[in-house]
Write a protein that binds this ligand. Structure first.
Ligand code: PSU
Ligand code: MN
Length: 315
């Protein structure tokens, strides 16, 4: 898809259009986490709070979704509500993009889908909860999230609290290394594990200062090394789940998914919903806390990147 013809599919919300015109930094947010990752109404409330914390730090949030055959970059309150409470919102990764746009239905973008839209819109920073990855059992199922392939080729920095322990974290990091995707960590040496701060695996590079993160990212892209960068930051300690508990519940949810024959794009939403039910909703509180924290880290990175200038990459 040539970038100019693709740009014609974008609809910017008024605040995002104003931020672009004023060259203020914009931070992309995904919508799968709203439509398929959290229940209503907590999903919409969290999305609004995440947007406000980004705005409070001086960047403009742009939640991405597909509606009426258009790629929306920034949603109004009514649009956010529609994505958050409608049944039948499609989960849109790279593969699903043309079907949902051509069909004109409602689509919630995954990490991969949001990265594609952010790149088209010229947005360099994207905040999510956790990235998709290599699933446990992938040697048999081949279940590897399209998020990883997107990170390999699309030049957007993705801020996350690591990847969920429903995944095989070691294999996820191997896959990213093979594809040349740097994994940065801030606030700790190790890659985060979503509900818990520590995955037990080291990130590639620890950079706590947003100016250093921005310099790293700018250097990669200035060199013509296209592709994403992962910036992992741990869930705040006070909101973390006990790791023994989350491990046991994850194993139970995985066994249920296998015995019910859950496959394909339904796997991740099924596991998230089961873990939420099995923790009596406590995992949801953790999920909300980590996304808000990621938003702050992402807003600071976006400001630092804007301060560092666009460089040769966007010239
Ligand atoms: N991780 C979460 N919550 C989520 C997701 C991942 O903690 O809602 C979503 C993201 O949108 C991610 C997608 O891109 O799940 C990955 O799905 P799959 O494994 O089917 O690629
Ligand atoms: Mn999958």
């Amino acid at each position: 898809m040539d970038a100019n013809s693709a740009h014609a599919w974008l609809t910017f919300s008024a605040p995002v259009a104003a931020a672009r015109a004023a060259r203020r930094p914009v931070v992309a947010l995904e919508s799968t986490i709203i439509a398929h990752g959290m229940p209503y109404p907590e999903n919409v409330r969290t999305a609004r709070e995440v947007e406000s914390s980004i705005r409070a730090l001086g960047a403009e949030p742009a939640t991405v979704a597909l509606m009426g055959g258009r790629i929306h970059i920034g949603l109004t309150d009514d649009e956010l509500e529609l994505i958050g409470r409608s049944d039948g919102v499609q989960k849109v990764s790279r593969r699903d993009m043309p079907a949902v746009l051509a069909g004109g239905g409602l689509g919630a973008t995954t990490v991969a889908g949001t990265m594609i839209c952010a790149a088209l819109a010229g947005i360099e920073v994207f905040v999510t909860g956790g990235i998709g990855g290599v699933h446990r059992g992938a040697p048999e199922t081949f279940d590897i999230s399209a998020d990883l392939q997107e990170l390999a080729k699309t030049s957007v920095a993705v801020v996350c609290a690591g990847a969920k322990s429903i995944l095989d974290i070691g294999l996820t990091l191997e896959y990213l290394e093979t594809h040349g995707v740097p994994v940065l960590s801030c606030e700790q040496d190790n890659f985060a594990a979503f509900y818990t701060p520590d995955s037990g695996f080291r990130a590639d590079f620890r950079l706590d200062d947003p100016a250093d993160q921005a310099r790293f990212i700018r250097t990669k892209w200035d060199l013509g090394l296209a592709g994403g960068v992962v910036l992992s930051t741990p869930v705040p300690e006070a909101a973390a789940m006990p790791s023994a508990e989350i491990d046991a519940l994850t194993r139970q949810a995985l066994a249920e998914a296998a015995s019910q024959g859950i496959a394909g794009k339904a796997v991740t939403p099924f596991l998230l919903a089961r873990i939420k039910a099995l923790t009596g909703g406590r995992s949801l509180a953790t999920n909300i806390a980590l996304v808000k924290h990621n938003a702050e880290v992402g807003a600071r990175l976006a400001l630092a990147l804007a301060h560092a200038g666009r460089g040769a990459h966007a010239a």
